[in-house]
Write a protein that binds this ligand. Structure first.
Ligand code: CMP
Length: 140
């Protein structure tokens, strides 16, 4: 198995409820390492660009509004099969479909306010990591 990196975002619904530490404990408990982390408040431009792939989707405008409604924590997670591992730890996008014990099952408020984002492929992970972090900010 290969050591990979994936981009994670702890979303405004979770930072508002002071869940950063609880969510980070889930990542670390699963064997993922947080090798970069920054708390920031996304601008409209940043959130719009990050979610550009969803531009034509009906939820895009609301999603950008939600992602700029409070601070987020952007992170790089590292570990064996990190992309897939993080998706397992997060659970399904819609918390109603998320498995027991996943972050979204336990913490998400709705399909939009679903507490965390994680890259969905190694290729997207590389692009998403580069969107937020320079190489020297990632300390493995
Ligand atoms: P995320 O994994 O960050 O990727 C896109 C985000 O759009 C998703 O999590 C949700 O926060 C949000 N979203 C809102 N409505 C939907 C929907 N109907 N289907 C998928 N994602 C949605």
């Amino acid at each position: 198995m290969a050591v990979e990196r994936t981009l994670s975002i702890i979303k405004p619904d979770a930072t508002r409820r002071n869940l950063t530490g609880a969510i980070n404990a889930r990542f670390e408990g699963s064997g993922l390492r947080i090798v970069a982390q920054r708390r920031m408040w996304l601008t409209d431009t940043q959130a719009g660009k990050f979610y550009e792939v969803h531009k034509e989707r009906p939820f895009y405008k609301d999603l950008v509004k939600f992602m700029t409604s409070g601070p987020v924590v952007v992170q790089v997670l590292e570990g064996e099969n990190a992309v897939l591992k993080n998706r397992e730890v997060m659970g399904a996008t819609n918390p109603a479909n998320a498995a027991e014990g996943t972050i979204r099952k336990d913490f998400a408020e709705s399909i939009e306010a679903n507490s965390v984002h994680g890259s969905d492929s190694a290729e997207n992970a590389a692009n998403e990591i580069a969107f937020f972090f320079s190489g020297c900010e990632i300390v493995g």
